[in-house]
Write a protein that binds this ligand. Structure first.
Ligand code: DQQ
Length: 444
């Protein structure tokens, strides 16, 4: 696989086969542990296990044995689906969804998170509250509150909209239903909220959800009072069309760090032929801005991957930072993975007139099997007109951060070995104030 031109070099992924959602990130005794939805026998979604890796710096990872596998005849016989990890008074504990039917299960470790014992009372929560017509019941998010545990389960109320059901427990085993944390309007935020993630940030609370059928992670910022969440603003964690099921944790420095699953943008046949599918996004640090939106920045630890700054910028594994002044009427195009004749190129475009940042894959690959769409999001430039673009290229992954507000992550599969060019062009009175780039080192 080291010769595979599309396999990322510095994004986390399993050694082989399939990965989807990040699960249960947790800081434990000076190390970070990350679990993930994993099919260890094929590069396609299948019976779910929890893969496992650990890191000291959020960047370099050591693969560990699979943490959870389905138990024949058990409540997770058809798969160990997404969930979280908590510290239960010194005992590392995973809370996850067993299928089928969807039911919540618990597992603990007494050897430093290496092997896991499933609780004899599993499923600790066998099904949704009686009488509630729900569209799903999965992906527990657990935290400590007022001397008790609280848990959210991703769900939806039939004919109404997505929701997250709130529970309480003294011991992670006996759960009592409280109420829906909040309920969305299905015309706007879908019929079922997968992978809810809920945490305090900057004096407010943030709820992340991955709504069916919107296929992206939405965030709400609001007030959490009396077991109810009152959203005050809403945004997208990423609008590139390839980032889903985001899961966060609080690191040892008190930072809120989030990962998302980057799905492939090519056919299942191509995934099988490659022998792998699914990549983890870079770790992103979330902070709250005074306007109730999230500031999203790549974790500064990633700077450890930088080689010497490039004088002549080209490559498939790069970090690029560009600061551009964009007066009214101007446009900037950063073209990456570009062949000399431009038969292949991926265009990152900021238009000061339409106030939009976008990523255009219409010519990303000569291979018709690869995705060719254009995705974007509104980006209101500050009064200064300054655009700060931060771009990470890692073979088939492109992650774009615009003014630390808008993220666009996409997947590209250029076919030509000379599709490594980078070019910055401006129209109108836009001026590039700086353009810097580094080759990034592989993590394994
Ligand atoms: N993936 C998991 C589910 C979750 C979905 C199954 C989101 O638990 O709802 O692999 O991608």
């Amino acid at each position: 696989m080291t010769d595979d031109p599309h396999r990322p070099r510095y994004h986390f992924m399993p050694p082989a086969d399939w990965m989807n959602d990040p699960n249960g990130p947790i800081a434990w005794k000076g190390e970070y542990h990350l679990f993930y939805q994993h099919n260890p026998v094929a590069a396609t979604w299948g019976t779910m296990h929890w893969g496992h890796a650990k890191s000291r710096d959020l960047v370099h990872w050591e693969h560990l044995p699979i943490a959870l596998s389905p138990t024949p005849g058990g409540p997770d016989k058809d798969g160990c689906w997404s969930g979280c990890a908590v510290d239960d008074n010194g005992v590392p504990t995973l809370v996850y969804t067993g299928v089928q039917p969807e039911a919540q299960c618990v597992a603990t470790s007494d050897d430093g998170l290496l092997t896991w014992t499933k609780h004899p009372a599993n499923p600790v929560l066998a099904g949704p509250p009686a009488g509630l017509a729900v569209t799903g019941f999965r992906d527990p998010c657990v935290w400590r509150e007022g001397g008790e545990w609280r848990m959210l389960i991703g769900s939806g109320l039939k004919d109404m909209g997505g929701t997250a059901l709130l529970y309480r427990s003294p011991d992670l085993v006996r759960w009592e239903y409280m109420n829906p944390l909040c309920v969305g309007n299905q015309a706007e935020t879908g019929t079922m909220w997968e992978c809810p993630d809920f945490f305090p940030l900057g004096g407010k609370h943030v709820l992340l959800i991955s709504p069916i059928p919107l296929a992206k992670t939405i965030y709400f910022v609001g007030e959490y009072r009396g077991g109810q969440f009152h959203p005050e603003s809403q945004g997208s964690l990423d609008d590139g069309g390839h980032h889903y099921a985001a899961k966060s944790f609080l690191d040892a420095k008190g930072r809120r760090i989030v990962w998302g699953w980057l799905w492939e943008g090519r056919s299942e046949a191509a995934q099988k032929a490659a022998g792998w599918a699914g990549v983890m996004s870079l770790p992103r640090v979330l902070t709250l801005r005074s306007d109730n939106t999230l500031e999203i920045t790549p974790a500064p630890e990633l700077r450890a991957l930088r080689g010497e700054p490039l004088q002549s910028i080209e490559g498939a594994s790069l970090e690029i930072e560009a600061s551009i002044d964009m007066p009214a009427g101007s446009e900037v195009v950063l073209s990456v993975r570009r062949s000399p004749d431009r038969a292949e190129e991926t265009r990152i475009v900021c238009d000061a007139t339409t106030k939009r940042l976008s990523i255009d894959r219409s010519r990303s690959s000569l291979n018709k099997d690869a995705g060719h769409d254009e995705r974007g999001a509104a980006l209101e430039l500050p009064k200064t007109g300054r655009l700060d673009l931060h771009v990470f290229l890692d073979h088939s992954v492109v992650e774009v951060f615009g003014n630390r507000r808008v993220c666009l992550t996409s997947r590209i599969y250029p076919t030509r070995p000379d599709s490594i060019g980078v070019a910055l062009s401006t129209t109108g009175k836009a001026t590039a104030q700086s353009l810097r780039a580094w080759p990034l080192k592989p993590i394994s």
